[in-house]
Each structure stands twice: as structure tokens, then as C-alpha cells.
Design a protein around this ligand. Structure first.
Ligand code: NAD
Ligand code: NAG
Ligand code: NAG
Length: 340
């Protein structure tokens, strides 16, 4: 029987080769920015999952409505809505996983720096509350710019002496999801069976799909390979253009955010062999933060699986990305250093 203090799995060997696990699936998951374009469908997917016991929804607006609406769904997860800064601590108490799709969209007159500063401040404030209320939670950051919001979250956690690099993830899953979908489309494969690792950063040229490592193995002529790579790197713009002013990717991002969260929860529950790419603290290149495939476990990253064998084309992309990424990382670190 699952009790609240027995959150994770009990496993035993049933034979030499088979292991049986009994999952308790009582995780408490918080979504910060739950009323947004990504937050709402992401919360719906989490509510629909047997892995979630408690779903804690936080935003500065509309969370009572979103929570009431989701609470009528006939699945086990207990949903609570928290609204405004006064309720942030309560939203985070006892959370195992915190997913952050919060942000403020560009308003007329905002400069690039204003845009950076608003989201950066939001993420820093939310990370501060995570550090104080659930320092051991897995933190999954969707809020852009991911290349800087992960360094920001890490620096805030360090200030409280609770930084664990194995538990802070920049969610880049949408890049992998898109790569899988596009490769499957070009080759007439079942997308559910395709897996393309995507490494590097999470903006433009720093997004590096490793088509040479795709499973099943696929080959493209050079011109098609560079067009496919460019499409994956610029797929966000495809959605922004098609939505014609009504925002950016929200539904596919919600799917990707849910996929990543479920992988983290599966691994926490003791499932073996769970691998996801994410933008994390890294020793794999000269960049302090870099995305590569990660083996996940009960305590977050169990092993960084590294870049693997790259083609010459991919090696060039990595070399270009590193210089650019370093600047974004420093920007995030400087932001926290200069915060009051
Ligand atoms: N990682 C990715 O692949 C990816 C893809 C698409 C979008 N994004 C990013 O995800 C974020 C959210 O995008 P969206 O389209 O859902 O935006 P949105 O504007 O629709 O939603 C953002 C939500 O955050 C809330 N919010 C604002 N300040 C907050 C605070 N201090 N605390 C809690 N919530 C707060 C807003 O009220 C709103 O409900 C953006 O930063 C966006 O750039 C990331
Ligand atoms: C900040 O978040 C909003 C969504 O709320 C997004 O539209 C915007 O692009 C983000 N800013 C940056 C600099 O990525
Ligand atoms: C970091 O992300 C922002 C916003 O997504 C982008 O404008 C900037 O070019 C990125 N930097 C790098 C090095 O990718």
C-alpha cells in the first residue's frame, strides 16, 4: 500500500533477469506560470498522468479558475491553485518536481534588454522561493531564454547553499520532439520510434540535432541535411509566423514539458534506462552549461552521456555554438551577481 511517506518505488527481483517494481506515484508537482499558454495545457497533461499525486498550480493570475476546472477531471491527482506572491511559499511546500513556464510577453516599447530582465527577474524570484521551500526538488525550467535562466537558477540556489547541479534542468525537449517529428515525416517512419538527440543550447544556431546518432539510422544528402538542421533550429519561428501575432509554441511545448517531467518522475520512481537531453551544468565542453543526453535516476542526473561520436558537420556546429553560449551564460551569472 502506498503511504505518503513511502513516495517512491519498491523493487525486487522476481527471477535472474526480471525485476518487478511497485510504484507509489505520489509525487507532488508544481507548475509556476500555470495560467499561461504553456502552463494550462501542461497542467492538463500532468493532471492526466497516474504519476502525479498532487498538482500545485501557481501564477500571478487566474489559478483558482484553472485549478477548479482541472479538479473536475476524474483522475487521482489532487489539484490546488495558488495566486500571487503571498501564496508562492504554500504552493511549493513539499514539492518533488517544480516546472517553470512563467514569463511576460513583449509589450510595445520594450527593448531586448527589458525583455530579458523581466523573465530573468521572474525566474530568479521563483528560484529563490524553490530554494527556501523545496530545495531538493527537481527544477525544470521552460522559461526563456533558457541559455541564461539555467545559470540564473543555479546562482540563486548557490546563494542559499542548496545548489545541486543534478537537479536543475533547462527543458530543451521541444527541440528533440521537433527533430523526431521532422525526421519521421521525411523518412516515412513512425515518429514514436524515432529518437534524435539534440545537444548544445536552446536558441538558433546553438541547437544541434545529431542526425548521425538518430535511431533508427537515417541518412540524408548534404543539402537536405543542412535544410533539416536549419528547420529544427528555426522551428519556433515557423509557429510564431503561423500564429500571426497570437504567440509562440504552447501546445507542442506543453507536450514536450510533460514528456520531460514524466521521464524525471519515472526515473525518481526507480525506472532504469531513462534518457533525456537537457541543458544542464556540464563538463562535456568548455561551456559551463550545455545540453547532452542524460541518464536520469532517483536523484536527478545519474550520468551525463556526453556528445558521443559526431560527424564533421556536427563538430562544426558545436564549435560555433560554444562561443555564443558562453556569452549568454555570463549574462545570466552577471544578472544574479548584480541583483540586490
Ligand atoms: N523551452 C522551450 O522550448 C520554450 C518554448 C516555448 C516557450 N518557452 C517560454 O516559456 C515561457 C512561457 O511561455 P507562454 O507562451 O506560456 O507565455 P504566457 O505569457 O502565455 O504565460 C506566462 C504565464 O506566466 C505568468 N507569470 C508572469 N509572472 C509570473 C510570476 N512572477 N510568477 C508566476 N507566474 C508568472 C503569467 O501570468 C502567464 O500566465 C516563456 O518564457 C517562453 O519564452 C519556452
Ligand atoms: C519571456 O516570456 C514570454 C512569455 O511570457 C516570451 O514571449 C518571451 O519571448 C520571453 N523573453 C525572452 C527574452 O525569451
Ligand atoms: C539565448 O537566448 C536568447 C533568447 O532566446 C537569444 O536571443 C540569444 O541569441 C541566445 N544566445 C545564444 C548564445 O544562443
Amino acid at each position: 500500500r502506498c503511504t505518503s511517506n513511502l513516495k517512491y518505488s519498491l523493487c525486487w527481483k522476481s527471477s535472474k533477469t526480471q525485476k518487478i517494481c511497485w510504484f507509489c506515484n505520489n509525487a507532488k508537482v508544481a507548475v509556476l506560470g500555470a495560467s499561461g499558454g504553456i502552463g494550462q495545457p501542461l497542467s492538463l497533461l500532468l493532471k492526466n498522468s497516474p504519476l502525479v499525486g498532487e498538482l500545485s498550480l501557481f501564477d500571478i493570475a487566474h489559478t483558482p479558475g484553472v485549478a477548479a476546472d482541472l479538479s473536475h477531471i476524474e483522475t487521482r491527482a489532487h489539484v490546488t491553485g495558488y495566486m500571487g506572491p503571498d501564496q508562492l511559499n504554500a504552493a511549493l511546500k513539499g514539492c518533488d518536481v517544480v516546472v517553470i513556464p512563467a514569463g511576460v510577453p513583449r509589450k510595445p516599447g520594450m527593448t531586448r534588454d527589458d525583455l530579458f530582465n523581466t523573465n530573468a527577474t521572474i525566474v530568479a524570484t521563483l528560484a529563490d522561493a524553490v530554494a527556501r521551500n523545496c530545495p531538493e526538488a527537481m527544477i525544470c525550467i521552460i522559461a526563456n531564454p533558457v541559455n541564461s535562466t539555467i545559470p540564473i537558477t543555479s546562482e540563486v540556489m548557490k546563494k542559499y547553499g542548496v545548489y545541486n547541479p543534478n537537479r536543475v534542468f533547462g527543458v530543451t525537449t521541444l527541440d528533440i520532439v521537433r527533430a523526431n517529428a521532422f525526421v519521421a515525416e521525411l523518412k516515412g517512419l513512425d515518429p514514436a520510434r524515432v529518437n534524435v538527440p539534440v545537444i548544445g543550447g536552446h536558441a538558433g544556431k546553438t541547437i544541434i540535432p545529431l542526425i548521425s546518432q538518430a535511431t533508427p539510422k537515417v541518412e540524408f544528402p548534404a543539402d537536405q541535411l543542412s535544410a533539416l538542421t536549419a528547420r529544427i533550429q528555426d522551428a519556433g519561428t515557423e509557429v510564431v509566423k503561423a500564429k500571426a501575432g497570437a504567440g509562440s509554441a504552447t501546445l507542442s511545448m506543453a507536450y514536450a514539458g510533460a514528456r520531460f517531467t514524466f521521464s524525471v518522475l519515472d526515473a525518481m520512481n526507480g525506472k532504469e534506462g531513462v534518457v533525456e537531453c537537457a541543458y544542464v551544468r556540464s563538463e562535456e565542453t568548455e561551456c559551463k552549461y550545455f545540453s547532452t543526453p542524460l541518464l536520469l535516476g532517483k536523484h536527478g542526473i545519474e550520468k551525463n552521456l556526453g556528445l558521443g561520436k559526431l560527424s564533421a558537420f556536427e563538430e562544426n556546429l558545436v564549435a560555433d555554438a560554444i562561443g555564443e553560449l558562453k556569452g549568454s551564460i555570463k549574462k545570466g551569472e552577471d544578472f544574479v551577481a548584480n541583483m540586490k
